[in-house]
Write a protein that binds this ligand. Sequence first.
Ligand code: PMV
Length: 320
Amino acid sequence: MHDRMTSPARAHAPGKIILLGEHAVVYGRPAIAAPVTHVRATATVMPGRPNVGVVINAEDLGRRYLLDAAPKNDALAHTINTVLSYLDVEQPDAQITVASTIPIASGLGSGAAVATVIVRALAAHLDHSLTDAEVSQLVYETEKLLHGSPSGIDNTVVAYARPIWFVKREDPAPITVGGEFTFLIANTGISSPTKITVGDVRDYWKAAPDRYESLFDQIGDIVIDGRQALEQGDVEMLGDLMVANQDVLRDIDVSSKEIEQLVRAALDAGAYGAKLSGGGRGGNVVVLAAQERLPIVETALYRAGAVNVLRSTLSPIEHT
Ligand code: PMV
């Protein structure tokens, strides 16, 4: 059990990337997402001064404030209050320090990761242990505050910290990958709120339901094959499926000139596959490439306008 008098409670959580299935997942089709372990959020909870309550120390924002004085829509305070009410405990005297290297507002799950580490570290400080499913559910409460009515894929992959097969309102299924997959995650530098693209797609779907249902079905079929490619360690098959998924996302009208430039550059430089990841119209492009081609593809992505490129690897060893 955690000894709150002697050691701080600490938790880490990775970023995330959606490999296949965004947007269609909102309409009940499956999606696959994976953790990005090269970036992470960290929370530390230490005992605080008596009768002060919770002090939130948001290091990246350079802000320290009392839980009781936080604005109503403050995501950190919302997460803390959700945990306290779930565990049915009084507000402790504690300092919660949060820091993250996950780029914000770029579809890498920074909000979900920050909420995840707060949930885990605060629960540990209060001598409660939570399952991944409980953590995911509590983080979903904050995701709703940040994103409206998200599918829940972000909180799930970040809380489980494993590649997952995700269908809305169903238990997630962790995927065991059968080989090594190396990805580049290239940021377009364009911030595009997911809430807006999800809202636009809802309008398009309302105006042409049959067409959009059929596009979502096409994505659903791609995701089913994608699970097989991951489990079999088949990089070429996964690459082809990413390209096919991007073709449908373009038809759905959530791509953009900048995304297309990065996708084209990656494929021309010999990548197996490339597609937008997340809400689209900005944010990140995820690229699958052979280990030895990474430097060439990375250079091509920067030349085509990427403002930042991260590397991420999925290997069987991590998930056995
Ligand atoms: O922008 P991100 O990475 O949070 O992903 C959004 C994924 C969508 O399918 C477009 C929306 C959702 O809630 O699943």
